[in-house]
Design a protein around this ligand. Structure first.
Ligand code: ADP
Ligand code: MG
Length: 338
């Protein structure tokens, strides 16, 4: 005989109630690529026939990637944004995502805001939640996104070629400046007007994944990635994978007025080493300049030509307006650097 040691929970309690309350959206029409969503042992997705799946996971850990007091709606946005940004960097189109959540407690008001931030971004990019896992533990959010791309069209890090132009989307450095402000770093507080802080914090907390640009570039760009750890560090990934070098023109780096008014050493920190901007960094042949501009216009995303790919494998020079190599201070972010 089996003796029950716990009363049977009503259906709205526990893990399943939590999933039903916050992550099931019964009112929504099922997108055509979702053959089976949340509720079974697996989700079933139907990619466009002949396309390849593009898959990426990113984990956000409290204390490492976000502050314990972060606004849960921003956290929901950011957890998905950093994953969608990886699809953007490959030129892929989103199909859906899964969400693995460890939660210290079932806090309904926190989860409601988190889900609101998450789904607002998911809906903008037509990327439905199709499954996940929920467990008790220190707050940890792991999302896996699934996308699709035509064979041969993915923008790979190793596809940079000598003579390519180097481009970046949007503007660089504001997420880093926001981080310094939030950490009350004296130079950041001293050189940034207080009324500018909320917009900067918004840039750090709610990055915009450049999906439309990535898809538009897949026909004309060579290599691409999204900048999460700083321009210099991330460009080196392309250089290494492609076996090439690069020259970057300091004066060409796109900067907003918040960055342009900083003293130059701090501009360098933000522009060259600032992580978390989630802009696209990509290379394209000089013959594709008009196509790159068309891709930028179509996707309503600014792009800036910032330098070129050179033959000297592994070399990376930042050039001053007079063409001199500038000494570069500071480091990009690396979770395992000593
Ligand atoms: P299993 O034990 O088979 O792994 P679970 O009990 O963990 O299944 O989950 C039940 C269903 O709820 C599954 O379809 C799963 O994908 C979904 N699910 C669990 N947690 C989440 C979540 N955080 N977000 C979305 N779907 C989830
Ligand atoms: Mg499970």
């Amino acid at each position: 005989m089996i003796t029950a040691t716990r009363p049977v929970e009503p259906p709205d309690a526990g893990e399943f109630g939590l999933i039903a309350r916050h992550f099931l959206r019964p009112g929504l029409a099922k997108p055509s690529q979702v053959a089976l969503g949340i509720g079974d042992d697996c989700a079933l997705l139907t990619p466009t026939p002949g396309w390849q799946l593009a898959i990426s996971s990113d984990m956000l850990v409290q204390g490492r990637h976000f502050f314990p007091d972060v606004d849960p709606a921003s956290l929901g946005h950011k957890a998905l944004a950093v994953n969608l940004s990886d699809l953007a960097a490959m030129g892929a189109r989103p199909l859906g995502f899964t969400l693995a959540l460890a939660l210290p407690e079932a806090n309904d008001s926190w989860l409601k805001s988190f889900a609101a931030g998450l789904f607002a971004l998911a809906d903008v990019h037509a990327c439905p939640l199709v499954g996940g896992d929920t467990t008790r533990g220190p707050l940890n959010i792991c999302i896996t996104v699934f996308g699709e791309v035509l064979p041969g069209m993915a923008l790979r890090r190793g596809a940079g070629q000598v003579g390519d132009d180097v481009y970046v989307s949007g503007a660089l450095g504001e997420a880093r400046l926001a981080l310094e402000i939030r950490q009350q770093t004296p130079w950041a507080l001293a050189h940034t007007a207080e009324h500018a802080w909320p917009a900067l914090i918004e840039r750090m907390d709610r990055p915009a994944p450049r999906l439309a640009l990535g898809m538009a570039l897949s026909a004309c760009a060579h290599a691409a990635l999204d900048i999460s750890d700083g321009l210099i560090g991330d460009l080196q990934h392309i250089l290494r994978a492609s076996g090439v070098g690069a020259e970057i023109e300091w004066a060409s780096l796109p900067r907003t007025s918040a960055i342009a008014t900083l003293p130059e050493p701090h501009q360098q920190t933000c522009l060259l080493h600032g992580g978390d901007d989630y802009e696209l960094l990509f290379t394209a042949p000089a013959a594709a300049r008009a196509s790159v501009q068309t891709a930028a216009l179509r996707s309503e995303t600014a792009v800036h030509r910032i330098g070129r790919i050179t033959a000297e494998a592994g070399s990376l020079h930042v050039l001053s307006p007079t063409g001199q190599t500038m000494p570069i201070a500071g480091q990009s972010f690396d979770h395992f650097s000593p």
